[in-house]
Design a protein around this ligand. Structure first.
Ligand code: NAP
Length: 294
């Protein structure tokens, strides 16, 4: 058996085409969705992510603003910029690329972003809203996973779902979204005993660890939907050294799983797509507020 591929590139292209259409509609109402991106330091991976986010905005017809600071910038300079962007009605989304250099209190920076412009969905208030099932900006990567499951006709309601990883940006919000969609969710992490005993009973297995090819075919329930969030480089000395790979050993997993996301081309493209979607949603909320006042 070979698993069905949950194709993030194809889904992303569909969703982005629809977004571009909606962007041209909202422009007719006098609003151009705009995302402001702040990058501190010269981490090469962060620079690539930021470039892709800015390019994604432009392709969708949205405006983007980019603010680059050296690694030794005083945190107050960045906080002042966030305050200025919060007050600017022409800006709908504000994103600070993580990780930040050590002089920053990351939580304080995320809390400084207006809840209404927190298109990454990392602000504590948005996290709280998500946990209560209220309208919120959902973190982009787990939101993209939910879209992939939906497009792949994977039944979430009633499914046993296992999420490996409990980070604030992927694992925890992923577990909340799956719970809200009716799955019975187990969250595993580095302290979990006998990880394979959990993964082997998962109808849906989401892996967000950051370890190349960690989950192998023998850890997967036959027919399961396997979502590989990992983005790693193949370690030195292994075949295809330096190439991009996931947290799942695709070669052995695809023979057991019923559906699987590849890396690259699975979850990755959906993350930026959901960021664009959140930015458009923020602009639409602003349009509703403006028209409500008129
Ligand atoms: P993270 O903050 O480092 O969290 C990793 C999680 O994995 C932690 O909860 C950790 O457990 C758990 N873990 C580590 N080793 C484990 C093990 N041997 N067994 C079980 N659990 C283990 O990472 P992250 O930010 O969530 O990212 C995870 C991966 O997703 C990375 O490869 C990252 O590059 C990728 N990612 C991709 C996208 C995308 O758009 N495709 C977006 C975000 C992240 P503890 O909590 O106990 O330490």
């Amino acid at each position: 058996m070979s698993a069905r591929i949950l194709d993030g590139n194809a889904l992303s292209a569909d969703v982005r085409a629809r977004l571009a259409e909606q962007v041209s509609q909202i422009k007719l109402r006098g609003i151009t969705p705009c995302l402001a991106v702040i990058l501190v330091g010269d981490n090469p991976a962060s620079a690539v992510y930021v470039r892709n986010k800015v390019a994604g905005c432009e392709k969708a017809g949205m405006r983007s603003l980019r603010f680059d600071y050296p690694a030794d910038v005083a945190p107050q300079v960045v906080l002042d910029k966030i305050a200025e962007l919060n007050a600017d009605d022409s800006v709908h989304g504000i994103l600070v690329q993580l990780p930040l250099p050590p002089q920053f209190d990351e939580k304080a920076v995320l809390e400084a972003i207006s809840v209404d412009k927190d298109v990454d969905g990392f602000h504590a208030e948005n996290v709280g809203r998500l946990s209560q099932g209220q309208r919120a900006f959902f973190p982009c990567t787990p939101h993209g996973v939910m879209k992939l499951l939906e497009a792949g006709h994977v039944d979430v309601s009633g499914a046993d779902a296992v999420v490996i990883g409990r980070s604030n940006i992927v694992g925890k919000p992923m577990a909340m979204l799956l719970t809200q969609a009716g799955a019975t969710v187990t969250v595993c992490h580095s302290r979990t005993r006998d990880l394979a005993s959990h993964t082997r009973r998962a109808d849906i297995l989401v892996v967000a660890i950051g370890r190349p090819m960690f989950v192998t075919g023998d850890m997967i329930k036959p027919g399961a939907a396997v979502i590989d969030v990992g983005m790693n480089r193949i370690p030195a000395g292994m075949p295809n050294e330096g190439k991009l790979c996931g947290d799942v050993d695709f070669a052995s997993a695809k023979d057991v799983a019923g559906a699987i996301t590849p890396v690259p081309g699975g979850v990755g493209p959906m993350t930026i797509t959901m960021l664009l979607s959140n930015t458009l949603e923020s602009a639409e909320r602003q349009a509703e507020r403006q028209e409500g006042r008129a």
